[in-house]
Design a binder for this molecule. Structure first.
Ligand code: CTP
Length: 400
């Protein structure tokens, strides 16, 4: 399932240095299976030439309202007919001003008015232009008109200044555009997740942990954002980039993870425990580095609280989802955990299928039985899990 496969995207490129990122974005979209029609404004063409976009899309680039390739001379209307989205990236301050006032004096601005597909814009400009009250007024108006504003990011700018106004990177625009095409099956819902391993300190430099990569939890967090949820993720120590749109809280130990979860829990609709929480922690963490002094060392361990079981046992428990990574007898152990912890759903996998890698093969265990999801990229598996959660929640609502 790839949202871009067979879809057509219209990409407007206005006159900003960030136009070079639009070329990279086109490459990503085409690779994902989309057909991309690029509309260049006169200023946009000064930054990246039509030949580049033509080569990347394999399609002619559009410039003018009077283009005779459109049968009845209606390029300003026909180009977005049947398109899945119109994205303007980069969108200059001037273009945002035109959009805010409904001006239509070239092909791209006309297409923005005459369309029945969603419009997304990625602002790109110098920080003073972005902060200017006129631009802020225009952005507020455009947003109120139902247009999605992607970014801008904060950072170093082409002019050498540092501030807000940088266009998002091509991969970020790709992700946001992808999300905009997804069904909002968790729209309006709040989701809390745990992800990654925990680290239980023995002394200032050593500790007990496990080899969880955090990839599945991070992919699920992103899939929940794509589905329209407001997502908070409590993450153990992993060096993964925070998925776009996810509010991330970093913790180390199981006790810290529990505390963060309990603090964030009120008002959550769904709790997904993906973290590989250490079952035990050293009874005492040494204040100073433990020195090698004897031929053997005995550690005393205390059991950690079971965060998921504790959340699921609350009278006001949200919809609870657990994970079971097993080395054998998956169905027996996973279903056993679901019943013992009173969970709506357990996502089970064999460790040899998922640990650390980019793909996973999981089976979903719920009250109705087992549902196998095929081996796929973790991002795709995550979308399958989210779809299942949404349908179970819908079923529950129907039963009430
Ligand atoms: N979990 C948790 N807090 C813990 C331990 C586990 O929230 N202290 C959650 C995990 O995030 C996961 C599920 O519970 O969703 C895993 O269940 P568990 O029975 O603890 O799995 P294992 O630790 O692998 O159990 P076992 O070693 O008995 O197989």
């Amino acid at each position: 399932m790839n949202e871009f496969q067979g879809k057509r995207i219209v990409l407007g490129v206005t006159g900003g240095v960030a136009a070079y990122k639009a070329a990279e974005l086109v490459r990503l979209l085409v690779k994902a299976g989309a057909a991309v029609d690029v509309v260049l404004t006169a200023a946009g063409a000064r930054f990246v030439g039509a030949a580049t976009f033509q080569a990347l899309t394999g399609r002619r680039v559009w410039h003018a309202m009077w283009d005779e390739r459109m049968e009845i001379g209606m390029a300003h209307i026909d180009l977005t007919r049947g398109a899945s989205a119109l994205l303007v990236a980069p969108a200059t301050a001037d273009f945002l001003a035109k959009l805010a006032h409904g001006l239509a004096d070239d092909l791209l601005s006309t297409l923005c008015l005459a369309r029945d597909c969603p419009l997304l814009v990625a602002p790109a400009m110098n920080r003073q232009m972005w902060e200017n009250p006129a631009t802020q007024r225009n952005v507020a108006q455009v947003r109120a008109d139902g247009v999605s504003i992607l970014g801008p990011a904060h950072g170093e700018q082409a002019c050498g200044e540092v501030g807000d106004g940088r266009m998002l990177e091509a991969t970020e625009l790709f992700d946001d555009l992808y999300a905009s095409l997804r069904v909002k099956s968790l729209g309006g819902k709040r989701v809390l997740l745990t992800a990654g391993p925990t680290f239980e300190a023995l002394d200032p430099v050593r500790g007990l942990s496990n080899s969880s990569s955090g990839k599945m939890g991070f992919a699920l967090a992103r899939a929940c954002v794509e589905a329209g949820a407001q997502v908070t993720m409590v993450a153990g120590p992993v060096a993964l980039a925070t998925p776009r749109g996810v509010n991330r809280l970093n913790v180390q130990s199981a006790l810290q993870m529990r505390e963060a979860v309990m603090q964030e829990l009120p008002g959550q609709d769904v709790f997904i425990a993906v973290a590989a929480v250490a079952d035990y922690r050293p009874r005492k963490a040494a204040a100073q580095k433990i020195k090698k002094s004897a031929s053997s060392l005995t550690l005393e361990l205390d059991a950690n609280p079971d965060i998921l079981a504790e959340v699921a046992a609350r009278p006001d428990a949200p919809f609870c989802v657990g994970f079971a990574a097993e080395s054998c007898d998956l169905a027996v152990y996973a279903e056993g955990k679901r019943v013992a912890k009173k969970l709506a759903l357990v996502v089970g996998n064999l460790v040899q299928d998922g640990l650390g890698g980019e793909t996973n093969a999981v089976t979903l265990f719920d009250a109705a039985g087992a549902h196998v999801l095929p081996l796929a990229e973790k991002s795709e598996v995550a979308r399958g899990i989210v779809a299942h959660i949404a349908s179970l929640m819908e079923e529950r609502r129907g039963q009430r």
